[in-house]
Ligand binder design. Structure first.
Ligand SMILES: [Fe+2]
Ligand SMILES: [Fe+2]
Length: 177
């Protein structure tokens, strides 16, 4: 039916999305981040179960801390201020802010430690529990309220994505997004 709109696919591709990541709406971006982080915590549990070596645990813990730092920063700089404009979100944003502060304190501790130190694994595991609880609240309460409030999720997604890429570059992270 709509073939005439795309009679020359090559031309279409030449004009769009060649110099930036494909547009993604805010919900998709945040959920993909959440899924990625949850998967890394699961991987870490696997390393603990296998009694993996320090290098492997250090490398994954660093990736987890970096990913969470980037994610928390884009939420605090872009998502939460937008959500504060929605009355139904205000209490949720307050709680999320407090949860971020707890997680960040733990991230700082983990970043200053090495896997040979006592409680390193326990701190990563507890961070995983905090984050899992926090993600559930965002996905089940905050994000649905935002979606219902008529906020432009494409525009928000673009802002989140741009800032995410900038932060990843600052932290020397590879193109994981
Ligand atoms: Fe969050
Ligand atoms: Fe989040």
């Amino acid at each position: 039916m709509a073939t005439s709109l795309r009679d020359t696919d090559d031309d279409l591709l030449d004009d769009t999305d060649t110099d930036s990541a494909v547009a993604v709406d805010a919900m998709e971006l945040l959920q993909a981040d959440h899924d990625e982080v949850k998967q890394m915590f699961e991987e870490y549990e696997g390393l603990m179960a296998d009694e993996a070596g320090e290098d492997e645990r250090q490398e994954l813990a660093t990736r987890i801390c970096n990913a969470l730092t980037v994610h928390a920063t884009i939420e605090e700089e872009i998502l939460y201020p937008a959500a504060r404009g929605v009355p139904a979100c205000e209490r949720l944003v307050d709680e999320a802010t407090v949860e971020h502060a707890s997680a960040k304190a733990l991230i700082l501790e983990i970043e200053s430690m090495s896997p040979s130190m006592p409680l390193f694994d326990a701190k990563v595991a507890v961070l995983g529990e905090y984050v899992s609880h926090h993600i559930d609240e965002e996905e089940e309460e905050l994000l649905p309220q935002l979606a219902n409030a008529g906020i432009d999720l494409d525009e928000l997604g673009e802002e989140l994505q741009d800032r995410k890429l900038e932060l990843m570059e600052e932290l020397g992270m590879e193109g994981e997004s």
